[in-house]
Design a protein around this ligand. Structure first.
Ligand SMILES: Cc1cc2nc3c(=O)[nH]c(=O)nc-3n(C[C@H](O)[C@H](O)[C@H](O)COP(=O)(O)O)c2cc1C
Length: 214
């Protein structure tokens, strides 16, 4: 866990619990040894570029946290710079919950999951919404997806403030249909060959028994 991540999530009450339960010293040592920067390194950037979904938590003015799942083609969340992410906010169910929350508090917590490899990356950042401002048209254009039926209403940029990788424990490996197809491709091919061979042998048998009967 990076120093910056600790600074943001280890609130006084959190630290009090760590103190009472004996883990405070360990995390202090960890903070001393970890780098202080918040920019995403090559590993984090490559990881995000391969994701087809993420979870985004925001907080409304009532204080309630809210989590939304966002999905798209792999790489729909772009790393614009090591400290800046962006994604297209598409026309959807018109609830605008995250959008309303951003007006109250720009801070978000993101969760990027790689289930097959039991890996997750947490990112904390501040959003910047581009919809009606002077930068919006160019940004919206550059984030337009290949699927022309999707309407990009705005682009959401996220200024990264901290990140943290988690241990793989308790992440059940799960596979998308695409990932399963990849894994079973050799089996599918083998099955098709066996089917063809089976059909050919049956045909041969039929022909042979016809000759014997004649
Ligand atoms: C027709 C339609 C298409 C949608 N497409 C996507 C999509 O591609 N990716 C995504 O994450 N959410 C998609 N959604 C969900 C919405 O965009 C949803 O409105 C948005 O995530 C809501 O955010 P909120 O809960 O913060 O209000 C779609 C919803 C609808 C109704």
């Amino acid at each position: 866990m990076g120093r910056r991540f600790q600074e943001l999530v280890f609130t006084p009450l959190v630290k009090q619990h760590q103190q009472e339960r004996g883990s405070r010293r360990q995390y202090e040592r960890m903070a001393e040894q970890s780098p202080s920067g918040s920019a995403l390194g090559p590993d984090e950037q490559a990881f995000i570029a391969l994701r087809d979904s993420f979870y985004m938590a925001s907080v409304g003015e009532t204080g309630w946290p809210y989590v939304q799942h966002r999905g798209g083609p792999k790489g729909f969340v772009r790393v614009i710079e090591p400290g800046l992410l962006g994604f297209a906010d598409l026309r959807g169910n018109k609830q605008y919950i995250s959008l309303g929350n951003f007006d109250h508090d720009a801070r978000v917590a993101l969760f990027f999951m790689d289930y097959p490899n039991q890996t997750r990356l947490k990112v904390l950042g501040r959003v910047e919404v581009h919809e009606h401002d002077s930068q919006a048209p160019a940004l919206i254009e550059s984030f337009r997806p290949e699927d022309k039926s999707s309407v990009v209403e705005r682009v959401i940029l996220i200024h990264v403030e901290a990140f943290d990788w988690n241990c793989p424990q308790h992440i059940t490996p799960r596979y998308t249909a695409e990932e399963i197809q990849e894994v079973i491709a050799p089996l599918t091919e083998r099955l098709a060959k066996l089917d063809a061979e089976n059909a050919r042998l049956r045909e041969e048998l039929r022909a042979r028994s016809k000759i014997e009967r004649a």
